[in-house]
Design a protein around this ligand. Structure first.
Ligand SMILES: *Cc1c(COP(=O)(O)O)cnc(C)c1O
Length: 368
């Protein structure tokens, strides 16, 4: 049996008619840049996330870039974040003229450890940027409290967490700005790149709206130098169709996760993902901590089971960030996670026989 980590064609087959109809409507109207289709999808995402404002942009990476610029990051000011995340979190920080400052992760949640944040806050710190990794929110209460104490902005990198919750509050609604990605492998994925910025603050919504169109609120008049970073109307129309299915897909992911949790509970050598108190985990990834991880991954590959490593190298060890001056060993939990984590198929299109085969294959590897 072959079980891919993610097979986007299955979801596409079930939505093909509806999505093609929506895209055709945009093309027929020739309403290609911003306009009513983008606006209505923005309204839907805002409602879904429990915020008054959501502004589409070209990608999740750009959403971070614009968010940091809107909060005034400049001149190498410091943005405190995790070294255990997708590259874009820190890459966009540098492109926003900020400097990433890393804080190690909590080994249970894989998210930034709030207890270590205050140690790195300096005069030059401007923003705290937790990442809701794998679809589970970071502990936002202590993070927001630290930000308030020091007068800092908070950006939630919620690229993997649309619809995740921390004590009843949705991802992206707890800081100043939350950023989402519609990259095809996210829980709500487009037919290409797309992103969104959510905020409760009207002033930031206005600034973000300007930044995505060259820094001008009025056409041809510019308050600042911004970007050309818009969500395509074609993507917005397709994503509106898909958003209606998101809660059912999340339920499917949660059911697969519960199935794995039970099936691996007695396997020596495996740790299943923990869901923190008050969290709604949406499982963009289902991530095991595994003894002999690389051997397991090779074994799964030989037996037709797809898997992924998110992420194999911590950001402080990336060549392009060596000039930040961090040393190997400085973020031991992040480095250990990079050696031990393995993502297995959890998408809602997974069939029962497929997930049973995933379990059987992994149990066989450990002789369980
Ligand atoms: C996917 C992702 C991004 C970037 O999103 P793009 O839409 O691919 O630019 C940023 N941060 C995290 C944590 C992500 O998973």
């Amino acid at each position: 049996m072959q079980v891919p980590l993610l097979d986007l064609k299955r979801q596409w087959q079930s939505l093909r008619e509806d999505v093609l109809a929506a895209i055709t409507e945009v093309a027929d109207a020739q309403a290609c840049i911003l306009g009513p289709y983008v606006k209505s999808f923005e309204t839907e995402v805002a409602a879904y996330s429990g915020v008054p404002h959501a502004i589409g942009c070209a990608s999740g990476t750009d959403a971070i870039l614009l968010a940091l610029r809107a909060l005034g990051v400049a001149d190498g000011e410091e943005v405190v974040t995790t070294p255990y995340t997708f590259f874009a979190t820190a890459g966009a920080t540098v492109n926003a003229r900020g400097r990433p400052v890393f804080v190690d992760i909590d080994p249970v949640s894989f998210n930034i450890d709030p207890a270590q944040i205050e140690d790195v806050v300096t005069e030059r710190t401007r923003v705290l940027m937790p990442v809701h990794l794998y679809g589970q929110c970071a502990d936002m209460d202590p993070i927001v409290a630290i930000a308030e104490r020091h007068g800092l902005g908070v950006v939630e990198d919620a690229a993997q967490a649309l619809g995740a919750e921390d004590n009843g509050r949705r991802a992206g609604s707890m800081g100043d700005i939350g950023t989402f990605s519609f990259y095809p492998s996210k829980n709500l994925g487009g037919l290409g790149d797309g992103g969104m910025m959510a905020t409760t603050r009207a002033d930031l919504a206005e600034r973000l709206t300007g930044l995505r169109t060259h820094g001008g609120m009025k056409r041809y008049y510019h308050q600042e130098v911004g970007f050309n970073s818009r969500l395509d109307a074609l993507q917005a129309a397709a994503l509106s169709v898909k958003l209606r299915h998101l809660d059912a897909w999340t339920e499917g992911r949660q059911q697969n996760a519960a199935f794995y949790d039970a099936a691996f509970a007695d396997v020596d050598g495996l740790t299943t993902p923990a869901v923190g108190a008050g969290k709604r985990h949406i499982y963009n990834q289902y991530v095991l901590r595994a003894d002999r991880r690389d051997e397991l991954r090779a074994y799964l590959g030989e037996h037709g089971v797809g898997s992924g490593i998110y992420y194999p190298l911590s950001l402080h060890e990336q060549t392009c960030f060596l000039d930040l001056g961090y040393k190997q060993g400085q973020f031991p939990e992040s480095e250990r996670a990079a050696r031990e984590t393995l993502s297995i198929p959890v998408n809602p299109d997974l069939r029962d026989d497929e997930r049973a085969y995933v379990v059987e294959t992994i149990r066989a590897f450990y002789g369980a």
